[in-house]
Design a protein. Structure first.
Length: 197
């Protein structure tokens, strides 16, 4: 059955929407059936509703510990028979509970050429540094901050005439093309984690 991909997101959800729309248009063998959000009220929840994707909003601070929050998330993932976790603007480090259950099956997109500019505000960091080229990275998730094995990278020039807004738009355009393509290659076995080879 095509119930196998969950997207985790914290913000507006433009990458989430792009992934869902491409998966449906291209008739992926495994569809995105679930959204997990750690910020009740985030815009991504409205996108999920409009796209008719089941969503759960769980506030981590309402749990006694990170492990308890992740255990609650894990129970939902099991209920939906999720096989892959795709992070799309999810602003939390993944802990041992989910890393163990989904070893080599959690991927993330980051708006820089890692290992440069990890963590928050990577677009702003690259623009103000300044560097002439930044980009987008897709990587497997480990216990670190944007430190997992890199799957794909696309460089993006920061032109002299760019503003932070125009550069951010370039980054998002690349993200919306690159992420669906890489996720498709993962779920169809064209790409595998180095440790699985």
């Amino acid at each position: 059955m095509g119930v196998s991909i969950a997207v985790f997101a914290s913000g507006s959800g433009s990458n989430f929407q792009s992934l869902v729309e491409v998966a449906r248009q291209e008739h992926w063998p495994e569809q995105i059936s679930l959204l997990i959000c750690d910020r009740p009220g985030a815009k991504v929840l409205k996108r999920a509703q409009a796209l008719d994707v089941e969503s759960y909003a769980l506030a981590p601070k309402s749990f006694a510990a990170k492990a308890k929050y992740e255990q609650a998330v894990l129970e939902i993932l099991k209920q939906f028979q999720i096989r892959w976790i795709v992070l799309a603007g999810y602003m939390r480090l993944i802990g041992p509970t989910l890393l163990t259950a989904y070893s080599n099956r959690i991927v993330n997109i980051h708006p820089s050429l890692l290992p440069a500019f990890p963590g928050k505000n990577a677009i702003e960091q690259a623009f103000s540094y300044p560097v002439k080229v930044s980009g987008v990275t897709i990587h497997f998730v480990d216990e670190g901050m944007d430190t997992g094995p890199i799957i794909a990278q696309t460089p993006i020039e920061i032109a002299p005439e760019d503003t932070i807004e125009t550069f951010a738009k370039k980054v998002h355009q690349v993200e919306h093309k690159l992420y669906p393509r890489v996720v498709y290659d993962l779920i169809t076995g064209k790409i595998s984690c180095p440790s699985l080879d």
